[in-house]
Design a protein. Structure first.
Length: 374
């Protein structure tokens, strides 16, 4: 546990900048590097972006150069009628713009510019996916929640899995998760909740009661005649796993199955000791409104025990070397669950289990197929 606590103390923006200057891409060995490949980026793009980086400025410039190049390539391919290849390039560009800004907090204007470029590139790719990703808006007080809905081909009124973002994630990172579900005849809804992705830039920051989001999502799904809104699964990564637990705890019968990946059990406890960079990202979700953040952390839900109220079959997935949300959280969630449950534990994996992501996604998709089939 000593490395875990030491890393929580020292990992901050200054340390990240210094380590990039001193060690370059070696700073990103293990889970962070695996994340880029796990989401579907081309290995040559990743190498070009980070192999010779020195400092945060170089990090942003390199990732942006890769993204700009892929965007130009996608435009040329689209003009020539090569829609499949164009979509792939726009997808690469979207992720590259996203990773360019993910650790950038000192320049809000540049962070917003790169984020908007990421969303725009994905929007150009979405209609050309197979099956396509339909841009949707989920009615919500203050501002509709943006998302993408994908329907499996040849399936009438399929069940649907709702994908929940982690702290620094956006809906655009769920493409590979969606592919696993779609291949099994399950529809997917990936969206930016309050404080996440496009919602944040539209002025909607994190809400203190996530049941508001749950009701909005269920109402949206119920209004779609091409879906079976009575068979809904929840898939959450990191903080998204905690929010998915919160939604499932309401015991709405339309929720049929749940998967949590490296989710916190006691959000208030973990926030107090989490790495400074992650704490900064959580504050970003609230637009650095510390009063509203404290309000959320004081809620009974944030103190742990949500899983005791979850009645649906739940798959809990954890990494034994997770230094952001330690695996004890997943064990506590699993122990509290009163109903059908399973746990997958990857002893040599870090946060979000990126080095085992193929197995994680297959297991999650099979879990949903099993419990959403009827």
């Amino acid at each position: 546990m000593w490395p875990y606590y030491a890393r929580r103390v020292v990992v901050n923006r200054i340390a990240f900048e210094a380590s990039l200057r001193l060690m370059g891409s070696r700073t990103l060995s293990g889970s962070p590097f695996a994340r880029y490949l796990a989401h579907g980026l081309d290995i040559n793009d990743v190498s070009e972006a980070i192999s010779h980086v020195r400092g945060l400025r170089g990090w942003v410039a390199n990732w942006r150069a890769v993204a700009d190049g892929r965007t130009a390539q996608g435009d040329a391919l689209l003009a020539g009628g090569n829609t499949v290849s164009a979509a792939r390039c726009f997808f690469y560009a979207s992720l590259s713009y996203h990773f360019a800004q993910v650790a950038l907090f000192g320049d809000a204007k540049l962070k917003e510019e790169l984020s908007l470029l990421s969303y725009a590139a994905y929007a150009k790719a979405a209609p050309h996916f197979d099956p396509p990703a339909e841009r949707v808006s989920i009615p919500f007080p203050g501002h509709d929640l943006p998302g993408y809905l994908r329907l499996p081909r040849g399936v009438s009124q399929p069940p649907v899995v709702v994908n929940m973002n982690g702290v620094s994630m956006t809906k655009e990172e769920f493409f590979s998760w969606e592919e696993e579900m779609l291949a099994r005849g399950v529809a997917t809804l990936s969206f930016d909740g309050p404080g996440s992705g496009e919602s944040w830039y539209a002025g909607l920051t994190m809400v203190a009661d996530y049941q508001q989001v749950s009701r909005a999502v269920l109402d949206f799904l119920a209004a779609r005649p091409d879906l079976d809104g009575t068979r809904v699964g929840l898939m959450g990564v990191s903080l998204g796993g905690y929010l998915a637990l919160w939604m499932a705890a309401a015991s709405d019968p339309r929720y049929r199955a749940l998967v949590t990946l490296c989710a916190p059990y006691n959000l208030a406890r973990e926030y107090r000791v989490v790495m400074p960079l992650v704490r900064h990202e959580i504050q970003f979700l609230f637009n650095f409104d510390h009063k509203r953040l404290r309000q959320m952390l004081r809620q009974p839900a944030a103190q742990g025990g949500l899983a005791k109220q979850v009645q649906i079959p739940t798959l809990v997935i954890a990494g034994g070397q997770d230094m952001i949300v330690p695996p004890r959280n997943s064990r506590q969630i699993y122990d509290d669950l009163p109903g059908e449950k399973e746990m997958l534990y990857f002893a040599n994996s870090g946060h979000a289990c990126y080095n085992y992501i193929a197995d994680v996604r297959m297991a999650a998709a099979d879990w949903f197929v099993k419990h959403l089939a009827h």
